[in-house]
Design a protein around this ligand. Structure first.
Ligand SMILES: *Cc1c(COP(=O)(O)O)cnc(C)c1O
Length: 335
């Protein structure tokens, strides 16, 4: 089975499972899990931040960040299609009384900082209090330029705001740019990092920031029911992923390039340039996309059926499968 729907479909490898089974564990709510403690320290150091906190998912680490930065009646500035606005069920508003101020996203995945600046509210009791700018890297596979992040930092400094990064796939940006994690995290007060995407763990995200911020996030995590007990088995998978699944993201990027190149030879679809581990394929109609996806399914290739179809390369898509996938698309398109 070749499942291209997402890099979240990756299965923990046999070696990762062994590392999980061998992990020393303790009650993490008591602070007693040595594997959790070591992983949090390792990620904080790698990210160049004071402290780190593990949570079950990226939705939770993003929520912890929003709740820890913003009080009730305060506002965060965010992209319409960023995960922290669109894909987290409105958690910040529902659970935190936090007001989102969304912006259209530019073609390169950024927000227009001039437009953002115009929406920062003056101190007036009519308005929510603007507190935070929330960005994303990578966004739909696009690596956001580091100079842009530095400009965003300058903007928030000018207005006394905080800056959060949804870095669900920040390791893809690390590998694509050759910059260190600390370097990419430097402009941000807080960063959320997923391990259950391209890094291939079954569960787990980490939030990094300064000690006070992580202390607040820790309280919120407890309140949300996110305090875990012998969770070192999860941290062991994450530690294994840092050792073995970061550099190999370059293979996913190369495979996405090869896939985009192969598919762009086919008639009847428009293929967007590959960005890190994602390829977007545009069909004439939704019906056509559905027909192709049904056809591929019969050959054990699983894709989403959207008219703008996202194909994601990952641990479970070996280089030698790319030709087979392109051929299956050709058969499906010309059938
Ligand atoms: C996947 C993802 C998240 C977090 O998702 P979870 O499934 O909750 O771990 C956050 N942001 C982006 C951009 C993502 O792709």
């Amino acid at each position: 089975m070749l499942d291209l729907r997402s890099d979240t479909v990756t299965q923990p490898t046999a070696a990762m499972r062994e590392a999980m089974a061998a992990a020393p564990v303790g009650d993490d709510v008591f602070g007693d899990d040595p594997t959790i403690n070591a992983l949090q320290e390792r990620v904080a150091t790698m990210a160049g931040k004071e402290a780190a906190l593990i949570a079950s998912s990226g939705t939770q680490t993003n929520l912890l960040a929003l709740l820890s930065h913003c009080q009730r009646g305060e506002e965060y500035l965010v992209g319409q299609e960023y995960h922290t606005y669109r894909y987290e069920a409105g958690g910040a508003a529902v659970l935190g009384g936090i007001v989102p101020q969304p912006f259209e996203i530019e073609a390169d995945g950024t927000l227009d900082l001039a437009a953002v600046e115009k929406r920062i509210k003056p101190d007036d009791p009519h308005f929510p209090v603007t507190r935070l700018l929330a960005l994303e890297n990578t966004h739909t596979g696009k690596v956001i330029p580091h100079t842009y992040m530095q400009q965003a930092r300058a903007l928030v400094d000018k207005h006394g705001l905080n800056l959060h990064l949804d870095g669900a796939r920040v390791f893809n940006a690390v590998v694509a740019t050759g910059k260190s994690l600390a370097n990419l995290c430097a402009p941000f007060d807080s960063v959320s990092i997923c391990f259950s995407k391209g890094l291939g763990t079954p569960i787990g995200s980490v939030l990094v920031g300064d000690r006070d911020f992580i202390k607040r996030a820790y309280r919120w995590r407890k309140m949300l029911g996110g305090g875990m007990r012998q969770a070192g088995i999860v941290a062991a998978a994450m530690d294994y992923a840092l050792d073995h699944h970061v550099e190999r993201l370059a293979d996913d990027h190369a495979n996405a390039l090869a896939l985009a190149e192969g598919l762009s030879q086919l008639k009847g679809i428009r293929v967007e340039p590959a960005q890190t581990n994602m390829v977007y394929v545009n069909f004439e109609s939704a019906e056509r996309a559905l027909k192709v996806s049904d056809h591929l399914r019969k050959q054990d290739i699983v894709v989403g059926a959207a008219q703008r179809m996202r194909l994601v390369t990952h641990l479970g898509i070996p280089a030698n499968a790319i030709e087979q996938i392109v051929t299956a698309f050709r058969d499906a398109l010309y059938a």
